[in-house]
Write a protein that binds this ligand. Structure first.
Ligand SMILES: [Zn+2]
Length: 441
């Protein structure tokens, strides 16, 4: 393609800095042109175009828009500025019902979207909205919140792209197989998948290691082994396996909250036995105690992991008291995940931890025990192109390549330069679909 075929007009030109494309070769360039929300040219070709608007990067670095592949936006917007991992004492934390009315639901989403724009986040996965939470205490996850998502989506006011998983049980709670079977047969809403993609279902398999509710093969010191949350007439394991199989069969993406190696193992067994398992990028959320062999097998079936190194940092001592030194040393196997090539996304789980992905990447460096340009680029991929793969959308977002959407995060410094915390790198501008949704004052 050359400039003549493009016409020679762009809506937007970025120049004067470094553009880390995060394409397969990890190339960098010095200019990027956008028309109608898409990247139309890079480098010298972009500089040859007339642009309606030019942004001088002034030595800054542009990367693909950040995608938080596991973030509860409605809950975050309702609770902000309160996070579960924060300095605030428990009695300062919001509790009980956070949202009651449609006005409050809209406000929560808009509040989250404003915050995410300030953080350079252009896409996220809302992991679990649906009828299982219609009686939920917070008011953040039920069918009414799905309706608010659809309302704002149809009004065209989103400043972040959303991938949404339906929920037919309780958040962090039990799920009944019969309700799941009924729910998954209900039709999905009609949406523009570039902005609101309802890709699949969230299933809660177990709890968390610090509470000894992760389902593990080697018992905890008290002799218990945790267990499964799904329930059904033929027992928990049958219900769990049936939920996964039913969703895979229907072509739905399956995201399983699983922290213990036993619950991960059973998920894997269903995927390995299912001829259609590779049709969607299924994944384990958390995967605290995934074993190296399980990580390899997960990659082999085209499935992956959405992990939260910042939660690991916050809960290491607490979990260690339950798991013992040997198991805690092997927990949160991020380096195995990256080395295996299995789909791996680094996510916040906000409002559990901060939605600031820079802090999450610093926790990742600490977990990996290294800091160099190579690992930094690997980590940047885990918040951009790998989440796009998880969304089933890497053909059109997640890297800065011609033809892809112009979702761009502009940073004050090059985040791949080692030695400086990611957290010290300022966010200068956030561009979604070619439109600036946040710019540093
Ligand atoms: Zn979560």
């Amino acid at each position: 393609m050359n400039a003549n075929h493009l016409g020679d007009e762009a809506d937007l030109l970025l120049r004067g800095g470094r553009i880390r494309t995060l394409d397969p070769g990890g190339s960098t360039t010095d200019a990027l042109a956008v028309r109608a929300g898409r990247i139309i040219a890079l480098g010298a070709e972009a500089l040859g175009l007339h642009a309606t608007e030019t942004v001088d990067l002034d030595g800054r670095t542009a990367i693909p828009g950040v995608n938080d592949a596991h973030l509860h936006a409605a809950w975050l917007g309702a609770r902000w500025p309160h996070l579960f991992f924060s300095d605030a004492s428990p009695h300062e934390q919001p509790s009980g019902t956070l949202i009651r009315t449609a006005v409050e639901r809209r406000a929560a989403l808009r509040n989250a979207w404003r915050l995410l724009a300030e953080l350079g986040i252009t896409s996220y996965t809302e992991p679990g909205i649906g009828p299982g939470e219609d009686a939920g205490e917070t008011g953040c996850f039920g069918t009414a919140m799905m309706d608010t998502y659809l309302e704002l989506h149809r009004a065209g006011v989103q400043t972040a792209r959303v991938t949404l998983l339906r929920l037919f049980g309780e958040l962090d709670g039990s799920a009944d197989l019969a309700a799941f079977e009924q729910g998954i047969r209900a039709p999905k809403p009609e949406t523009d998948p570039h902005w609101l993609a309802v890709t699949g279902v969230k299933i809660f398999a177990d709890g968390i290691p610090p509470m000894t509710t992760a389902w593990v093969s080697e018992p905890y010191p008290d002799g218990t082994s945790g267990g499964l949350l799904p329930q059904g007439a033929e027992g928990a394991l049958h219900a769990y396996r049936r939920m996964i199989g039913l969703a895979v069969e229907r072509g739905e993406q399956v995201a399983v909250h699983a922290t213990g190696d036993r619950s991960i193992e059973e998920f894997l067994r269903v995927l390995e036995a299912h001829p259609r398992a590779a049709a969607a990028p299924h994944y384990v959320v958390h995967a605290d105690l995934a074993t190296p062999a399980q990580i390899e097998r997960m990659g082999a079936v085209g499935a992956g992991f959405a992990v939260q190194p910042l939660i690991a940092e916050h809960t290491r001592d607490w979990a260690g008291a339950q798991l013992g030194a040997a198991r805690i040393a092997a927990a949160w196997p991020l380096s195995h995940m990256i080395a295996s090539g299995a789909l791996t996304t680094i996510t916040s789980d906000a409002p559990i931890a901060t939605p600031d992905w820079r802090i999450g990447l610093d926790a990742s460096l600490a977990l990996l025990g290294r800091d160099d340009a190579g690992i930094r680029e690997q980590l940047l991929r885990r918040v951009t192109i790998d989440p796009a793969r998880q969304d089933g959308a890497s053909a059109w977002k997640g890297s800065l390549e011609v033809g892809k959407v112009a979702d761009i995060t502009v940073l004050d410094e090059d985040p791949a330069a080692p030695g400086r915390p990611f957290g010290d790198v300022g966010i200068a501008r956030t561009i979604v679909d070619g439109r600036t949704v946040f710019a540093q004052a």
